[in-house]
Ligand binder design. Structure first.
Ligand code: CP
Length: 317
């Protein structure tokens, strides 16, 4: 791994390597107590141009568990408010000898842009860009599924709700298809599906009850109201009536089905509290696995960089 920008196009072998590495961090207790020295002497900078609770906190914890020095740049009070461009901000942070930028940005493609404009010494980890990708979220979701359901091959997975604006759904779809899930279903009204849905390798349902039948994993999504134009905002009450996950509706899925949500959840809009806090819900487990997954991605990116630097130096000699 060099940068981690998307799950799209990555091999099953690489995704499995990330899951195995994350699994080993969970098993050794590194995500909760023990520190490991894999990023000792490295500097990680969290650059969040959009709000976050889970991603930013777990990236910070993960970097600290890996013994890195971590800096959280407060974008609201940074010199970007004085007109400094993103490129200038990055060059200044690079001058402080940073090794990794963890980037969240409202614009799709921002992480790719940054990866193209930093020196080869800096690894870029995408912590969510616009509607495009949220690859570490998808990988912590894959880890949750694998730890609770075992192999991907027999699983039918339903992703429900606002697919159109969801970078999480897009990254999950690519990861699930690559890892060999039996079926990936999208359950949503037509207005909340992306235009390229036919090319994603999914089955589409507009009826929640029909889509949930025989499903092993149910992933609920938040209505991303902040990414919608006000004229097109759906009524939250109407949305809940048609697509909200209640106990009765969950009973239509397989009996051992697990319920997931990347958060933040909107209780009573896409999911009922009884389900979100119920026995089949793994929502808080997902958050916990976020630390181990981000430790895996960060440590693999640093070792990928070192391998590349060695190869480059051999070539020069
Ligand atoms: N799942 C997720 O990205 O949550 P945050 O916005 O809190 O980081």
């Amino acid at each position: 791994l060099r940068h981690f920008l998307t799950t799209e196009g990555l091999s099953c072998e690489l995704l499995t390597d990330i899951l195995n590495t994350a699994d080993s961090f969970v098993d050794m207790g590194a995500q909760s107590v023990k520190k490991v020295p894999l990023l000792r002497g490295k500097t990680v900078i969290n650059l969040f141009f959009e709000n976050s609770t889970r991603t930013r906190s777990t990236f910070e914890l993960a970097a600290k568990r890996l013994s890195a020095d971590v800096l959280n740049l407060d974008i609201a009070t940074s010199a970007t408010s004085k007109g400094e461009t993103l490129r200038d901000t990055l060059w200044n942070l690079e001058a402080m000898h940073s090794d990794m930028f963890v980037v969240r940005h409202p614009n799709s493609g921002a992480a790719h842009f940054i990866a193209q404009h930093v020196t080869p010494n800096v690894a870029i980890i995408n912590a969510g860009d616009g509607r495009h990708a949220h690859p570490t979220q998808a990988m912590l979701d894959m880890l949750t599924i694998r730890r609770h359901k075992g192999a991907f091959e027999p699983l039918k997975v339903a992703i429900v709700g606002d697919i159109l604006h969801s970078r999480v759904a897009r990254s999950q779809i690519h990861a699930l298809n690559t890892l060999g899930a039996d079926e990936v279903r999208l359950i949503a009204p037509k207005t909340l599906l992306p235009t390229d849905v036919d090319s994603l390798g999914v089955k589409v349902y507009s009826d929640l009850g029909e889509g949930l039948k025989d499903v092993d994993v149910v992933i609920m999504l938040r209505l991303q109201l902040e990414r919608m134009q006000s004229a097109f905002l759906p009524s939250q009450g109407e949305f809940y009536k048609l697509y909200g996950l209640s106990r009765e509706r969950l009973a239509l899925a397989n009996p051992g089905a697990i319920v997931m949500h990347p958060g933040p959840i909107n209780r009573g809009v896409e999911i009922e509290s009884e389900v979100a806090d119920g026995a089949q819900s793994l929502i808080l487990k997902q958050v916990g696995y976020g630390v181990a997954t981000r430790m895996a991605v960060m440590s693999m990116a640093v070792s990928g960089q070192q391998t590349q630097a060695q190869a480059q130096s051999q070539e020069n000699n």
